[in-house]
Design a protein around this ligand. Structure first.
Ligand code: X90
Length: 276
C-alpha cells in the first residue's frame, strides 16, 4: 500500500523512519522576521531573538498548498494536526483532502484532529506506522487509530504563558500566574483540545511530581511515553527519572521542541504524551 503520514511541525517530529513521512512547517512571524519551522531552523537562536524582541509576534499554520505538496503522489494519506481549537492546521488539511480526492478519485486522505499537540502527536504517528507495518487496509487503520487516540493524553509544565496569552490562546488572567518567577503551570490538553490548567507549582521538582501524579490519575501504568522540552533537557530527563523510579520498564524518548512549540511553550517548557 502506497501510504504516507504527514504531520505538522508542532509534533516536533522532523523525521519518522521506516515509513513514508513528511512534516509540514508552521511559521513564527514578527514584524521583522519570519521563521519557517523546518529542519534548518535554529530554535535556540530564535528563542533568544524573540526574548529580546519587543514588537508583535505570532504564528501561521501551513496552507492548503503546503499540505498538498506534502501528500506527494501517495495513494493513501494520514494527516496529523495540532488541535483545531487553537490552530487552522487541521482545517487546511481537510481542504487539502477535498482537493486531492477530487483530483485523484482513487486516492484517500484521513485527517486526524489530535485535539492536542507535540508528543501526543508522536504517539499517534508511531501507532499509525505500526498499523501500516501490520498490513492493515486504509479503513481499518482509520478505525483503529481513532480508537487509539481516545486513550492518549498530553500534559505540560510551562514557565511562561506569555506568547499563548498575547496570541489569544489562553486568557490573560491564566497567563499572569505563570509569569511569577519560579511558578510553573501544570496542565493538560482538554477533551476539547484547549489548554486546561490543573495546578500552579512552586519550582520544577514539584511540577514534575505533579505531572506524574496526573498521569497516574488518567490511567498511566507504565506504557509508552514521549517527552519534549524547550531548551530544558535537564527538566525532561528529571521527569523521565522520576517516572522510571516507579516504572523502570517505561519505553520513552526525549526530543527538543521544534519552532512552534518553542514559541508557545517557551523556554523551560516540558510536555509528555502518554497512553492511559
Ligand atoms: O495556527 C497557528 O498559528 C498555530 C497556533 C497554535 C497555538 C497553540 C500552541 C500550543 C503549543 C502549549 C502547551 C501544550 C498545549 C496543549 C493544548 C491542546 C504548546
Amino acid at each position: 500500500m502506497n501510504v504516507k503520514i504527514v504531520a505538522d511541525s508542532s509534533a516536533n517530529l522532523p523525521n519518522l523512519s521506516g515509513v513514508s513521512y513528511s512534516c509540514v512547517p508552521l511559521k513564527i512571524v514578527t514584524d521583522e522576521r519570519e521563521f519557517v519551522d523546518g529542519a534548518a531552523l535554529d530554535t535556540a537562536a530564535m528563542v533568544s531573538y524573540l526574548e529580546a524582541y519587543k514588537g508583535r509576534s505570532g504564528t501561521a499554520c501551513p496552507s492548503v498548498g503546503d499540505w498538498l505538496e506534502a501528500f506527494g503522489d501517495a495513494e493513501y494519506v494520514f494527516t496529523i494536526a495540532i488541535t483545531s481549537n487553537l490552530s487552522g492546521c487541521h482545517n487546511a488539511a481537510m481542504q487539502a483532502k477535498a482537493v486531492y480526492e477530487e483530483q485523484y478519485p482513487q486516492r484517500r486522505v484521513c485527517c486526524l484532529d489530535t485535539l492536542s499537540t507535540g508528543p501526543e502527536m508522536v504517539l499517534i504517528a508511531e501507532k499509525l506506522r505500526e498499523f501500516i507495518d501490520e498490513g492493515l487496509d486504509f479503513d481499518a487503520i482509520e478505525e483503529k487509530i481513532r480508537e487509539y487516540m481516545k486513550k492518549t493524553h498530553l500534559l505540560f509544565s510551562l514557565e511562561s504563558l506569555e506568547n499563548l496569552a498575547k496570541n489569544g490562546r489562553v486568557s490573560k488572567v491564566a497567563a499572569k500566574a505563570a509569569g511569577i518567577l519560579g511558578i510553573r503551570v501544570v496542565g493538560k490538553a482538554s477533551d476539547e483540545g484547549t489548554l486546561q490548567q490543573l495546578h500552579k507549582c512552586r519550582g520544577e521538582k514539584k511540577a514534575l511530581s505533579t505531572m506524574l501524579e496526573e498521569m497516574e490519575k488518567h490511567g498511566f501504568t507504565g506504557g509508552k511515553i514521549r517527552l519534549a522540552h524547550g531548551l530544558n533537557e535537564k527538566g525532561a530527563e528529571a521527569l523521565l527519572d522520576l517516572i522510571k523510579a516507579s516504572y523502570p520498564d517505561v519505553e520513552a524518548t526525549i526530543v527538543p521542541f521544534s519552532g512552534l512549540c518553542c514559541f508557545y511553550a517557551e523556554r523551560g517548557g516540558i510536555m509528555v504524551g502518554y497512553e492511559g
